[in-house]
Ligand binder design. Sequence first.
Ligand code: MF3
Ligand code: CO
Length: 256
Amino acid sequence: MITRKSPSELEKMRRSGLLVYQVLHSLADMVKEGVTTHDLELSAEKMIRDAGARPAFKGYYVPAAGSRYPYVLCTSVNSEIVHGMPSSKRALQAGDIVSIDTGVELDGYFGDSALTVPVGPINDSLRKLLRVTAESLELAIAQAKPGNRLFDICGTVEKYVTSNGFSIVREYVGHGIGTKLHEEPQIPNYVDRQHENPRLREGMVLAIEPMVNEGGPEAKVLSDKWTAVTKDGKCSAHFEHVVAITKDGPWVLTRP
Ligand code: MF3
Ligand code: CO
């Protein structure tokens, strides 16, 4: 069942969403050569706790990994797709791209967002990868309105990404969000006829998160059981926003 949130619930989700925005943008401003992903982790945890919120990822059980995720952030560098783990040994280098993904729980409601940022100057192919992935998310958000169906979102990402010569990760998907981090429905970034195609209704809240590969779509998980990487070693980008479906259209809760 896809839950629908009342206006007062949406106000709470708005507060979670804006906190995630603040955290991510502060971290994006810290990103430069020599900064480690552990530095980002420490700052994120402090900002979230200082705001009276709880980091949503830390301690979150994921069945596929068979354990609880140990960090506040997922920091996925270059060929890492998602669930890269912060490390004091991972100093960012010029030319890298780093996806920063975090979630919070504030007053019982969750926020979840991700962005991918360049470290210093990056090559043309990576610049295009970041642009196309971010644009695919914007096009998908525009489809999040009453009367449309879920596949309008999924198909929009798929078409835009593949027509630009990149590929869609199939193993990881977006999700509903509310009083839990992951709620129904699952939101693949491609049209999957195995999935349901529910009509979108006022009050539904969706975390839309395209994961886009520079090369082939194939992914594998490293021996740490968490870090998903591209099989071909090429780079991957990830952007995510939480979007409420309102009678006036999409309301992006994770940005001002
Ligand atoms: N934004 C990702 C998702 O929604 C990352 C959360 S997984 C966690 O799946 F284990 F790190 F919490
Ligand atoms: Co998410």
